[in-house]
Design a binder for this molecule. Structure first.
Ligand SMILES: CC(=O)N[C@H]1[C@@H](OP(=O)(O)OP(=O)(O)OC[C@H]2O[C@@H](n3ccc(=O)[nH]c3=O)[C@H](O)[C@@H]2O)O[C@H](CO)[C@@H](O)[C@@H]1O
Ligand SMILES: C=C(OP(=O)(O)O)C(=O)O
Length: 429
């Protein structure tokens, strides 16, 4: 299968963005929801407002690879999953290693087939991305976790459990997918589970809502302590995926980058957490009208001080985009990345475009305003990619971003949506 590395985005900068744009459904909510839907032994789950992104396509392929019937109706943004036919516990590397959400299939495999063989877990390369909190939680519930080396020298992880047993679990830090995996493991376990130091992200709450609709008994969502009373079975239901707050943030910054006025349909300012406040400090004006968020920037951008943190702190997934935006602010901006130890690869690409960015460990200083010039740049991961699109919107001339695949992993219809706002951007194969 082609990785799609040859596909690029080409942006010609200098156009103000104006008009209306639709925010997609949340990547980081739909992926655990696909994992959750595999726990229903009967019936068909219907997920609506599904973002048409590469990670969802991979998740559908992975669900099919383990025996589920999964149909993605792209025009309707609807995914229908019948998991009654699960047959294989193996998450094959060629699909599983291409996205992070593959690991969210483990609880369903443990409950349905008694084991999961993980041949690979992907996701953005952001430095260390450990899974020890997940493994420790599964072990505390009675699972065994063993590492195996296959004949061809590749490693795989084997998680096995007769029937998971509820207990007291904790996360060393409030891991997003860690919370979701332990919740799903606890939902069908025997007895009661208490999970301490849970993630508070809105996507986690949306996943809890879906699980509750399926019949799970969960209390304490949105606090650091979640209690789950195990039930015997979960039912297939219908659910509409929440809007993507990172897609929202990137679109807000697109308007801010070029100076312009954009209405975001389906966006929630509240879900942006501190990122919304930081953007306001920079000079972005927000006006919420129900589920439509109007955004305007008609004054010079002010520099900013950002510290990434768990929700409601500044989302690490918006760190690269705000680095690009701060290159257009008048003065020095400071960025402190606290969640990942290798998330500053954007800096060298921005510098190639003319930005002035100094990186020192997990801190960066951006000196603005700099005049950005279009050139050929590399998307090292999903959000480096979206940040380079933002930089391209403000740059003189043409910016070519390779590979489009990373951007398409997490943002739907990028060229179409930005073109509708007046940008000059195309996806070239
Ligand atoms: C599919 C998905 O939802 N991805 C999101 C999820 O990733 P993901 O769930 O992988 O991120 P985590 O919240 O788990 O990771 C945060 C930090 O905790 C560390 N850690 C995590 C788990 C573990 O077992 N051991 C450990 O040490 C990681 O190395 C990292 O430094 O949350 C991140 C932080 O908001 C986002 O950037 C990703 O977009
Ligand atoms: C880091 C990200 O995603 P993932 O965890 O899927 O790699 C992201 O969405 O920016």
């Amino acid at each position: 299968m082609s990785l799609g590395h040859e596909v690029r985005y080409r942006v010609r900068g200098g156009r103000e963005l104006r008009g209306t744009v639709f925010v997609q459904g949340a990547k980081n909510a739909v992926l655990p929801m696909i994992g959750a839907s595999l726990m229903a032994a009967k019936g068909r789950t219907v997920l609506r407002n599904v973002p048409i992104i590469e990670d969802v396509r991979r998740a559908v392929e992975l669900a099919q690879a383990i025996g589920a019937k999964a149909e993605l109706h792209e025009a309707e943004r609807t995914l229908v999953i019948d998991a009654s036919t699960l047959t294989s516990p193996v998450l094959p590397a060629e699909i599983a290693a291409r996205f992070r959400g593959s690991f969210l299939f483990v609880p369903a495999l443990l409950h349905r087939l008694g084991e999961a063989v993980i041949e690979g877990v992907g996701g953005c390369n952001l430095g260390s991305r450990n899974l020890d909190f997940h493994y420790n939680g599964f072990k505390r519930m009675g699972a065994t976790v063993t590492e195996q080396v296959t004949d061809d020298g590749q490693g795989s992880i084997h998680v096995k459990a007769g029937h998971l047993q509820g207990g007291t679990l904790y996360l060393d830090t409030p891991s997003h997918t860690g919370t979701e995996n332990l919740l799903m493991a606890a939902a069908l376990a025997h007895g009661t589970t208490l999970i301490k130091n849970c993630a508070l992200e809105p996507e986690v709450l949306d996943v809890i809502t879906l699980l509750q609709r399926m019949g799970a008994r969960i209390t304490g969502g949105g606090t650091g302590f979640i209690t789950v009373e195990g039930v015997d079975r979960l039912t297939a239901v219908e659910h509409t995926v929440m809007p993507d707050r990172i897609d929202t943030g990137v679109l807000v910054m697109a308007a801010a980058m070029t100076g312009g006025e954009v209405s975001l349909v389906g966006a929630s300012l509240e879900h942006l957490g501190v990122a919304g406040d930081k953007l306001e400090q920079m000079g972005v004006e927000f006006h919420s009208q129900g589920a439509v968020l109007q955004v305007r920037r008609d004054r010079p951008l002010r520099p900013i001080n950002v510290i990434t943190d768990e929700y409601p702190g500044f989302a690490t997934d918006l760190q690269s985009p705000i680095m690009a935006l701060s290159s257009q602010a008048e003065g020095e901006s400071y960025i402190y990345e606290r969640i990942f130890d290798g998330r500053f690869k954007l800096a060298e690409e921005l510098v190639r475009m003319g930005a002035d960015v100094e990186v020192n460990g997990n801190r960066a200083k951006v000196h603005g305003v700099t005049r950005l010039r279009g050139t050929e740049v590399v998307a090292h991961d999903l959000r480096t990619g979206s940040a380079l699109v933002l930089a391209g919107l403000a740059a003189e001339g043409e910016t070519t971003i390779t590979s489009a695949y990373y951007i398409d992993r997490g943002h739907a219809h990028v060229a179409e949506r930005l073109t509708a706002l007046g940008a000059e951007i195309e996806r070239i194969a």
